[in-house]
Write a protein that binds this ligand. Sequence first.
Ligand code: BGP
Length: 482
Amino acid sequence: MQKKKDILWGGATASSQYEGGYDLDGKGLDTQDCRPYLKRTSDATTATRLLTQDVIDEAKKCQGIGNYPFRKGSDGYHHIDEDIALLKELGIDIYRFSISWARLYPQGDELEPNKKGIAFYDHIFKEVHKAGMKIFLTMNHYAVPLYLVENYGGWTNRKLVTFYERFARTVFEHWGQYIDYFLPFNEINAGYFSPYNGVGLVKEKDKSYNQSLVFQSLHHQFIASAQTIKIARELSPKSQSGCMVACFCYYPLTSSPEDNLKAVRDEEIHQWFAVDILANGHYPSYMDRFFRENDIHLKMEEGDEALLKEYACDFVSFSYYSSSIATVQEDGQQTAGNLVVSTKNPYLKASEWGWQIDPIGLRIMLNKMYDRTQKPIFISENGLGARDQLNSDFSIHDPYRIDYLKQHFKQIEEAIDDGVDVIGYIMWGVIDIVSAGSCEMAKRYGVIYVDGDNLGNGTYKRYKKDSFKWYHNYIQAQHQQF
Ligand code: BGP
């Protein structure tokens, strides 16, 4: 008899990719507001991930949206009520969204929050709750207040732990009663593979990243994550705390022992280390060798290890889009951000952005993560980025997205039957948002289409894609089985 389980079905946005209103109601500039749209080039992803001082200086000169897609996002700022009503109609059980740190603390180091920022999110929490959806909160989803980057060096500075704690306390004092699940950070391992996105590290021109700075920044985020869980347990005892990593699901390119060892090491260093620290409460032993071989000497403070141990998270989560290939062969590799990846898997088709479509990889990741942590698992991001077409009758036919979702949902069923304790699934970009990696609206994930382009032009009207009704019916049918 197949093992089945009723899980939560949801959708996600992120403040810097959805809200827009980048300078409204006192919001300060953040790192995402400084990322220019680049004509798609082969290294667009790598290029847009790099924050250098000249990129910041250029961005600060621009007083409007200009060439900065995140400043407009999906113009969510002006469509909140309409979007919440659409999500309610969609029938999702849970809505994942994030808070713009720079909207609550424009500089990041203030003692008191921005009152208009509080009012903005007060409305969102109350309306989502009123619409009957649970809340999965991402406290911080990439965007670091620019002031903290320029005046403190981003997360390289331990002072950010204090500022972050203040931000967390504000969030849980005001909205702890509405929060069902939360993540202190989105894809906390992004601090490794995309330091600009993750830890607000300004890259010196023509200098490779300083690994010590990257891992010291990550350590500060781990401490901030544990402190946030401590605050949440005090102010929002019913909420469940989580950690989240981007999962790469590495396959060895060949059956050679060298490629297999590379796949193990790549998965450890690119994703598992963050899970082992935040879910299991300690630095794993394999990091000792990595730190030694890369001459990394972490500075820890008295009590750090005890804090990580005491405030390990309740559930684990991950984003999954595609599997990757690990190999020691030089020619099989290319870089994206700080990551050396090889993307050619002859057994898989890829999206227009080269992301391989591998539903079985999702089942593999679910099994691996559950075996590793024995903690309940939320799939906090998954979906297909594609160039959807708005027709003259305002229909959008996206059978490719329905097929992608169908295949991945089948593998979630298989994983549950494998014995994995899956809590829920959250579709990324349930409303079209600006793509984080390639900085463009053209890469659409949603079941709800937003009529805007890469440079902020368009009506920003919302239209339901064919996948909207499909996802609605799928969720209803799932719940009816139990
Ligand atoms: C993850 C981010 C999301 C989202 C997703 C899709 O890394 O958490 O913010 O962007 O990737 O990637 P992209 O937007 O580059 O297509």
